[in-house]
Design a protein around this ligand. Structure first.
Ligand SMILES: C[S@@+](CC[C@H](N)C(=O)[O-])C[C@H]1O[C@@H](n2cnc3c(N)ncnc32)[C@H](O)[C@@H]1O
Length: 748
């Protein structure tokens, strides 16, 4: 079955699919007590949910008000998502049996790579299942009954019954806890509704109740004011003070959000602007609560059913993460540390956020392919790719940070990935010069981490304007390198997936838009991830993006209950065009052309190794690298250097310093004109900008620069790609060395 069809049938994942738990409980005759609890809990939940629905329609704002910091908006959003999941999903004719299929069984041993019909994923379903459970996956006509552990099927196998029996007690406990939380929440809502009624119809003066200066803010009052302000913004005409504008209210709201949640003003505003005020509140709330713990089954070592059984036997309470994934398990409770179980140590699973499955699913690497993971550490995605490829072909897993690359190697060994080469290079410059011609490239880019604030609250205060200049700049460079490293003529691939765990437009749609302008030889294609998530922005704050940006996917903690994430899939349609080739680019282009023809004729000689080593060039054909700063404009009419310089000036101003004084100050012991701008007057603005840009660039890659000055790890074994040998190596291959020497010759 193709990926698109499966995704349609399966629908998007529910963060916490209560229906499964309920169904389990209904079925569990062996544990009458647990089952009756479950049914009662379900009824209560339903009636609660119905009541909440009514309340929602009456006044959604009321729902967001609580006395403490409970995540009411998150819960509401979660419920909304769950309800949406319950809507019938459009299905193909053979969809009913698929819907009933076992969420454990039909996944066992097989990859989600088999879900991509566009890319020959059917090949995967042809592969024999080499485990004991020999069911063939993803094939519509496999003839294997798909019994469901959590399905509506009545005929559960004995094994599933035992699994269910073992797990039901824990699930029941979880459900009771949820019910208790919901009752408390409902109680709170009632109280708040009463409070709201008192001010309903009035024009609440949120500007009046200023907190006393010098004292710690009263969080209860602050929260009340936040929700009041949001309510007013929803109906400013009726509820707003006549002498106050929308801007006044937004200003007050942002200040309160900063105080209440602890964000710096710049970041709070940036995140706030992504949503309506009400949704922004839900987003900030969601960042205060952790996302569900998820583990990914390593199908190189086991299958999901066996893993679930083993962990349940250890008292772990879990369920499949959702129908969208065949390898994910959501863990509700564990009496043992999940990073220290025998199964963990044996590499049967890896702790991996649900959202980080998505870029790999979108990339859909195929067995036998040559794949690059540009920024791979600690390796959650690399090892998933390796599993999808069934340990065949080759994954180059690169990371610029040496300590992180060591962690990556550890995971690769633990999970038994044998088709992986680890490299330690700066991907902006290493690829495609050192290696190119990949069938697929994953760029899970370094980012500001605004999607994972619940994991790293430090982001709230540490990320400023400067970071939002510097980091997207690096992302653009990396993505250009990713595109140039892909073989557009790959028979099976030619794809790049770009992902970040950030929700800002600057790091996502804006980066992709820039790339589309710089590389007309790529186009955005469907991620194949179905309806899960939201479409990428096609416009934002007056800026229009390519219409196909809607094919990219965004994920938010408050909507999908996963880490904030962005996924874009690109298809390379032709070689990178060079407008005004320099010597270097011309020869590289020739080489690229030779490469295509040599591929056809199979007459490669050593220097004509088939890699697309086209250097990154700007529109004028000028070779681009970070140090040179000759990068294209950040946005139309404004280049990165200027933006970074402006950001630096703003930063200094915020610190109360005079940017002119600080930036123009001559450096001790250095002649102003002694750098690469020596031919220009020391006071030249251009020279200063370049220096500033260089300074920013150096800061940006402080850590990675150090590493990349050192030699990449050398190969211990070579990888004979053409013979398809599977070998674990840790550095450059023979062919890569040839490619390097050829590259040197070219540049000479
Ligand atoms: C978001 S993390 C990658 C997570 C990884 N894909 C995974 O799933 O486990 C970004 C990684 O990019 C690496 N990195 C930063 N700058 C880089 C560069 N210029 N070249 C290659 N890697 C870089 C960082 O060391 C970091 O490990």
């Amino acid at each position: 079955m193709g990926k698109g069809r499966r995704m349609k049938k399966q629908g998007p994942p529910a963060p916490l699919d209560e229906s499964k738990i309920t169904i389990l409980k209904k079925r569990k005759t062996a544990d009458a007590e647990a089952a009756s609890k479950a049914v009662a809990a379900k009824k209560r939940r339903r009636s609660d949910a119905d009541e909440e629905d009514v309340v929602t329609k009456k006044d959604t704002l009321k729902k967001s008000k609580t006395n403490g910091k409970s995540a009411i908006p998150v819960v509401k959003e979660k419920e909304k998502v769950v309800k949406e999941k319950k809507k019938p999903v459009p299905m193909d004719s053979d969809s009913e049996d698929e819907e009933m299929a076992d969420e454990f069984e039909d996944l066992d041993n097989i990859s989600e790579g088999s879900m991509d019909s566009q890319e020959g994923l059917e090949r995967l379903s042809d592969l024999e299942d080499d485990s004991d459970d020999a069911s063939v996956l993803d094939s519509d006509d496999d003839g294997h009954p798909r019994e469901a552990m959590f399905s509506d099927d009545e005929d559960l196998s004995d094994a599933e019954e035992r699994l269910t029996a073992a797990n039901i007690e824990g699930l029941s406990r979880k459900l009771d806890l949820q019910r208790q939380a919901e009752e408390e929440e409902a109680e709170q809502e009632l109280q708040e509704a009463a409070m709201q009624t008192n001010i309903a119809g009035d024009r609440p003066d949120v500007f009046a109740d200023d907190q006393p200066a010098g004292l710690a803010p009263d969080l209860q009052l602050l929260r009340q004011r936040i929700t009041d302000t949001i309510r007013i913004l929803g109906d400013l005409k009726t509820l707003g003070q006549p002498d106050k504008s929308r801007t006044d209210y937004i200003d007050l709201l942002l200040n309160d959000i900063c105080t209440y949640y602890g964000y710096n003003r710049y970041l709070a505003e940036k995140l706030f602007n992504l949503f309506t005020p009400m949704e922004a509140f839900a987003f900030f709330e969601a960042n205060e609560t952790p996302r569900p713990v998820v583990i990914r089954t390593n199908t190189l070592r086991t299958n999901r059913r066996s893993l679930a059984q083993a962990l349940i036997n250890r008292g772990v309470v879990l369920e499949p993460v959702g129908k969208w994934s065949k390898v994910g398990l959501q863990v509700f409770e564990s009496p043992v540390p999940l990073g220290a179980t025998p199964e963990y140590l044996a590499g049967h699973y890896i702790l991996q956020a649900a959202s980080s499955f998505l870029p790999v699913m979108a990339l859909a690497p195929q067995p036998g392919e040559r794949v690059l993971d540009m920024a791979a550490a600690p390796g959650g995605k690399t090892t998933y790719m390796s599993a999808l490829m069934r340990n065949t072909g080759c994954v180059i897993a690169n990371d610029a940070s040496k300590p992180r690359a060591k962690g990556l190697i550890g995971n690769i060994h633990r999970l038994g990935c044998k088709n992986t080469i680890v490299t330690n290079m700066d991907a902006r410059t290493a690829f495609p010069k050192a290696m190119g011609g990949f069938d697929r490239v994953l760029l899970d880019a370094p980012c500001t981490g605004t999607g994972v604030i619940s994991k790293d609250a430090g982001v709230k205060t540490s990320k400023d304007e400067n970071d939002f200049m510097r980091i997207p700049h690096m992302q653009r460079q990396l993505l250009l390198a990713a595109i140039d490293s892909v073989d557009h003529s790959s028979k099976t691939g030619g794809y790049v997936v770009y992902s970040t765990c950030s929700v800002t437009v600057e790091e996502n749609e804006a980066v992709v838009q820039y790339i589309l302008r710089k590389r007309p030889n790529v186009k955005i294609v469907d991620t194949g991830l179905g309806d899960f998530g939201s479409p990428g922005f096609i416009s934002y704050m007056g800026k229009k993006f390519d219409a196909k940006m809607a094919l990219t996917r965004r994920y938010f903690p408050h909507r999908e209950n996963v880490d904030g994430f962005y996924v874009c899939k690109l298809k390379k349609t032709g070689p990178t065009p060079v407008a005004k080739p320099t010597d270097e680019t011309a020869s590289a282009t020739d080489k690229s052309r030779r490469r295509s023809s040599s591929k056809a004729s199979s007459t490669d000689d050593a220097d004509d190794e088939v890699y697309d080593k086209t250097p990154i060039v700007d529109e004028n054909g000028v070779s681009v690298d970070f140090e040179g700063g000759a990068f294209g404009p950040f946005e139309d009419g404004e280049d990165d250097a200027e933006r970074i310089a402006r950001s630096e000036r703003n930063r200094l101003r915020r610190k109360g310093l005079n940017p002119k004084g600080v930036l123009n100050k001559p450096k001790k012991g250095k002649d102003n004109a002694s750098t690469e701008t020596a031919t220009e007057p020391a006071s030249s603005k251009v020279g200063e900008d370049e220096k500033k840009e260089k300074k920013q660039a150096k800061e940006a890659v402080k850590e990675t620069e150090k590493e990349t000055k050192k030699k990449p790890e050398t190969a211990k074994k070579s990888l004979n790609q053409s013979k398809g040998e599977k070998k674990t190596v840790t550095g450059a291959t023979k062919s890569e060395k040839k490619a390097k020497s050829s590259s040197k010759k070219t540049s000479k």
